[in-house]
Write a protein that binds this ligand. Structure first.
Ligand code: 5AD
Ligand code: SF4
Length: 487
């Protein structure tokens, strides 16, 4: 029997008690599965290619641990693997096409390696399903995001039964416990998922269809992961979710502020960040948290999407430009240097030149020091996609021009922002080796700015005070002293 059969049969609207029982049941099944896997593992080498957001990266990290527990080996070297998994993103069409192209090329390896397996996980596996098998003949399996914990068993079954084209039916809930033992050991920064899915209906976004309804992770499960990460030496926690500021514990009345306070109380944790909040649910309590909680870093990712109230309304974002300005003003009153980054979509259907100019004006006014600027990409199953023509489709050339224009403003704003650190000492949490040559390390200051410095690997996961001697639009660099060494 496939272990994931146990994930079926739950009503789509369970009572809290049913949901709790299901979660417990799933944990037991998971432990049994892990033990069985460890005993009868096929010992294959697995490569995971990750596309898209930090949630996907965290899922990949968790899956690697689950696979190792099940007796698989993880490889990072393409060509070395027996099994390849593509952890896909569906937010924009380009990301899907990239993953499809990659899967097609990888499948060719089957001609010479009969035992080679290719699987698709992540968002595309949720909404493309059978279409993936049609487009990619030879594909072995697909597993949507909520089936993360079932993947080791799925690979084993695929080998044991010599079956391909296996789709795991999507469990009703994500089993959050699969993250608990998979924190980033000995890493400076741990990304901790606090929720999955999204209940909003932003007109352009496919996420509610691929990741499903918002499911909040139990408070204690989050804290357990935070404390375990702290025990392994982690200094910084990034709380992850689609709309983190709507978080509430499924078992109590605790909310996102309570969670921030609880993480603040974990002594070994020195820095806290979160990604992403929704401006519409940004309470004054949350703004004040930046003042009250000393570990909450003054760096906020605030996805505004547009600076035009008309477009925000069409996007169903439930806030106006005034709300964005209020959040930014409050944060900068608390810390005048606060770093504020954003996501913006250009070329949304019907976006006029005046609408775009409002976004430009807001961008210049706020001076975002980092921004992800996206060209609108029509997505199936979204509210706006079928109406794109009637709402005035924006030509690709116009989207590209608007994108480039905002990018040029971003370069000015981020360079200007980074210049304020010139000559100043910054406390840097060192995260790892930089790809800049020998003895080069990278880390972040509290404002989430990347700092490049020179030092031994033993400095990774420690704090150092570094004097900044050079800045670019994207990084700060340590000042090099006369004798050729560094401070
Ligand atoms: N087209 C372009 N960008 C999109 N995003 C979400 N959906 C789309 C789309 N259809 C962007 C939003 C979101 C980020 C994760 O991706 O800016 O904040
Ligand atoms: Fe998508 Fe909107 Fe949910 Fe963000 S809040 S995931 S943009 S639907």
């Amino acid at each position: 029997m496939y272990c994931y059969d146990n994930a079926f049969g739950l009503k789509s609207n369970p009572t809290p008690k049913q949901a709790k029982n299901f979660a417990r049941y799933n944990i037991i099944i998971h432990i049994k599965t892990s033990l069985r896997n460890a005993m009868c593992s096929v010992k294959k080498k697995v490569l995971i290619k990750t596309y898209g957001c930090q949630m996907n990266e965290r899922d990949t990290e968790a899956l690697k641990v689950l696979l190792m527990e099940a007796g698989f080996t993880i490889t990072e070297k393409e060509g070395d693997e027996d099994v390849v998994l593509l952890n896909t993103c569906s937010v924009r069409e380009a990301a899907e096409l990239k993953a499809l192209g990659k899967a097609g090329r990888l499948l060719r390896k089957k001609k010479t390696h009969a035992d080679y397996k290719v699987g698709v996980m992540g968002c595309m596996a949720a909404h493309k399903k059978e279409l993936l098998f049609k487009k990619l003949p030879g594909l072995d399996f697909i597993a949507p995001p909520k089936a993360l914990h079932l993947i080791p068993e799925l690979i084993q079954q695929s080998y044991a039964r010599h079956a391909n084209q296996v789709a795991v039916p999507e469990p009703t809930f994500l089993n959050f416990s699969c993250y608990e033992r998979t924190y980033s050991k000995h890493k400076a920064v741990a990304r901790i998922p606090i929720q999955q899915g999204c209940n909003m209906a932003c007109s352009y976004c496919i996420v509610p269809k691929t990741r499903g309804e918002q499911q909040n992770r139990p408070f204690n499960s989050i804290l357990k992961e935070v404390k375990e990460a702290a025990q392994w030496g982690t200094k910084e926690i990034i709380l992850l979710g689609q709309i983190v500021n709507t978080y509430h514990d499924p078992d109590s009345r605790k909310n996102f502020i309570d969670l921030l306070e609880a993480v603040q109380n974990v002594e070994a944790i020195k820095r806290i960040r979160f990604i992403s909040p929704h401006p519409a649910f940004f309470s004054s309590q949350l703004m004040q948290a930046f003042k009250i909680l000393p570990k909450l870093c003054p760096s906020l990712h605030l996805p505004i999407q547009s600076g035009s109230d008309r477009i925000l309304k069409a996007m169903r974002r439930a806030y106006t430009k005034a709300k964005i300005l209020e959040i930014v003003k409050t944060l900068r009153t608390i810390d005048m240097r606060a770093s504020i980054s954003t996501d913006i979509i250009v070329g949304y259907p019907g976006e006029s030149e005046e609408d775009f100019q409002e976004t430009v004006a807001l961008f210049k006014d706020i001076k975002f020091d980092m921004a992800y600027i996206f060209k609108y990409s029509p997505r199936p199953l979204t509210w706006v996609a079928p109406q794109e023509q009637s709402l005035m489709k924006i030509p690709e050339k116009v989207k590209e021009d608007r994108n480039q224009y905002l990018l040029s403003i971003l370069t000015q704003c981020s360079t200007e922002y980074n210049r304020q650190f010139m000559g100043k000492y910054q406390e840097v949490l060192i995260e790892g080796k930089a790809h800049r040559g020998e003895h080069k390390l990278f880390g972040k200051n509290i404002y989430n700015k990347k700092v490049i410095l020179t030092g031994p690997e033993s400095w990774i996961n420690t704090f150092k005070h570094v004097q900044i001697g050079k800045v670019t639009a994207s990084t700060l660099e340590e000042k090099v002293v006369e004798d050729g060494g560094t401070l």
